[in-house]
Ligand binder design. Structure first.
Ligand SMILES: NC(=O)c1ccc[n+]([C@@H]2O[C@H](COP(=O)([O-])OP(=O)(O)OC[C@H]3O[C@@H](n4cnc5c(N)ncnc54)[C@H](OP(=O)(O)O)[C@@H]3O)[C@@H](O)[C@H]2O)c1
Length: 334
């Protein structure tokens, strides 16, 4: 079932890896929704660090993923694929996608779509799926976060970090973060972080141990890897859980297994994008049930650093690579 759709659309679909300059608007055919998919008339698309890695040719693309950039969108349902029944034409939704978001139209499996949280517009809603699916699955499913747990999150003002602070505090966790400047530490504290450590001037593991009277933190959500991993293990409490979601300081780390054995640590990690639709759909159900209602009463909110028109996607990537942002960068699609 479709509204009248144009044959072509504007999209950001770089033909080769490179700097932000490869992100130029091009004309592409409007995609058709496949079975079980909806086609979204995109009004806003979130920008995430994995987009930068993809642009540089450094991201391991799952087979069949669209080459058009973009992992999350919000907009109206423009067409329904065969067997798609959950949403109606014209309904405002947001979605997690495996690619294709930087465009006028984007198909999405209906299970990966969610209604807009109460009170949020397209820009705010487009900023949510990638970080909420990631933080929810890693903190609560992989690391078994429970009320009262203390969690150390690196990159406290990143898209992921901001979501971890807000969601963690809303669900009764104690959140410590690391950031690369005093200004970012202040921003993280203003968002609700219980402790913000400037990793350029302080040893984060020592500070985390001191703040827990030597006990250590229950969970580390790590996007840094490399030489951070042994320090993370030092900062963990007995029965602590270490979850890797990225390795900005490199994929290799030297571990002292004595720590792992003596403190009975669990090391885990995950990558959202290549997971199957059924898994992502189950996450979407959990978010709709347990997390989306927290936006309605103000316990959660979107944290938007800046917005750029789709045609200026290159500037949005420049902003992300400059590293000064707090929260999410979002593309507006006319
Ligand atoms: N596994 C998954 O499924 C999954 C899903 C989504 C995202 N991710 C990953 O999660 C990370 C955050 O994504 P995002 O979109 O939120 O990115 P983002 O907003 O660009 O944030 C990146 C953060 O990393 C910190 N950082 C960068 N280099 C660092 C270093 N050498 N040492 C310590 N901190 C450093 C920066 O903090 P400072 O400026 O304070 O240093 C910044 O806050 C990315 O690495 C991304 O690839 C993984």
């Amino acid at each position: 079932m479709t509204n009248l759709l144009p044959p072509t659309m504007t999209a950001i679909d770089p033909g080769q890896p490179g700097g932000p300059d490869v992100l130029v608007p091009v004309e592409r055919p409007v995609p058709q929704p496949g079975p079980g998919e909806v086609l979204i008339r995109v009004r806003a698309a979130g920008v995430n660090r994995p987009d930068v890695l993809q642009r540089l040719g450094l991201y391991p693309m799952p087979p069949g993923a669209p080459t058009i950039m973009g992992l999350e969108v919000a907009g109206e349902v423009a067409a329904l694929g065969e067997g798609a029944t959950r949403f109606e034409i014209g309904q405002p939704i947001c979605a997690l996608v495996a690619g294709g978001g930087y465009a006028d139209y984007c198909p999405a499996p209906e299970g990966q779509c969610l209604p807009l949280p109460d009170g949020l517009g397209f820009i705010e809603a487009a900023s949510l799926p990638e970080t909420y699916f990631t933080v929810w699955s890693n903190l609560f499913e992989r690391a078994f976060a429970d009320e009262g747990d203390t969690v150390l999150v690196h990159g406290g003002t990143s898209g992921i970090g901001v979501t971890a602070i807000l969601l963690g505090k809303a669900l009764g966790l104690r959140i410590f973060v690391t950031c690369g400047s005093d200004e970012k530490c202040a921003a993280a504290r203003a968002l609700g972080a219980d402790l913000a450590i400037n990793y350029r001037t302080e040893e984060f593991a020592e500070v985390a141990l001191k703040a827990t009277q030597g006990r250590g933190v229950d969970i580390v959500l790590d996007m840094v890897g490399g030489d951070y991993v042994p320090k993370n293990l030092l900062a963990l409490a007995e029965d602590g859980r270490h979850v890797s979601i990225a390795f900005q300081r490199g994929p290799r780390a030297e571990l002292d297994l004595t720590q792992v054995m003596r403190k009975r640590l669990t090391l885990s990690g995950s990558m959202l994008r290549p997971r199957p639709v059924a898994y992502k759909a189950a996450l979407a159900e959990s978010l709709l049930r347990d997390v989306w209602p927290l936006f309605a009463d103000g316990r959660l909110r979107a944290v938007i650093d800046s917005t750029f028109p789709l045609a200026r996607a290159a500037d949005a990537h420049r902003r992300m690579e400059a590293g000064d942002h707090v929260g999410k960068i979002v593309l507006e699609v006319a």
